[in-house]
Design a protein around this ligand. Sequence first.
Ligand code: SF4
Ligand SMILES: [Zn+2]
Ligand SMILES: [Zn+2]
Length: 306
Amino acid sequence: MSSKCTKCNQRSVIFQKYSGMRLCRKHFIEDVERKIKLTIRKEANIAKNDTIAVALSGGKDSSVLLYVLHKTLKERPDIRIVAITVDEGIEGYRSHTVQSAAILAQNMGIEHIVVSFEQEFGKSLDELISGERVQGACTYCGVLRKSLLNRIARNIGATKLATGHNLDDEAQTIFLNHIRGDVERLVRLAPTRELDGLILRSKPLRKIPEKEVALYAFLNDLPVDYSECPYAGEAMRGEVRDVLNDLEVNHPGTKYSILSGFDKMVQILAKEYTQTNMSGCQICGEPCNSNTCQACKILGRNIIEY
Ligand code: SF4
Ligand SMILES: [Zn+2]
Ligand SMILES: [Zn+2]
């Protein structure tokens, strides 16, 4: 079979089974950027004078996100991009990725804020989880990081908060919520409107397969850290990832179908599961659906001590 680019006859760097196309370096980069721009236009609603906070871990996804957002929006002086890196405090792992994040932001001349669990919550993730809690590390980590990112983004006046979730992440999360029968959480994956105190999230890479994000980072020589978090591997997500990868091999386009089916379904479900305005957590004041937010519950905070 020819290994020439379908569009220009140059040597191809990838075969996209789902599209049937082989693409050379130039056309692959164009294809990725076109899809990201389309997602930004359709879903992120970038407006005049927006401040976009970008969650930058230093891994491939968030690095590609920052790089493409900068490339796309650098001619717009009214748009401010600020990278925020959260150092959860994971020994032997996070310090490397924080360093990669700093190099990338510096190379592009982008404002960069680094915050840590230790400074903000008084404990690192390593200290927060021990014994049985190690199993649920990702849950603790995710809740606290989300809360912190939202707070920092709000404090700097951000109007959008962009994260590097790719197509694989999105398809896995949709599938997981189906398996768990958690329709409410499924609907919350695609927030339809701004809620008080909660910065509107946007996922410009949601239509880019994980492998293509990695290839894009490699071809653009981004200073990405590829080490893996020692806590990685939420058991069920791992199983779902394997199932979806197998399905994708035998039925190319499966991950895209899951995402586009979800996008259609969520419009209908959103009418049933309307997003109610959130009240503030009675302890820390962050927006939440009950009296106490998840972060405060995890931290075991109580109103008197706080
Ligand atoms: S793999 Fe889990 S514990 Fe590690 S950084 Fe990601 S969410 Fe946090
Ligand atoms: Zn080509
Ligand atoms: Zn709280």
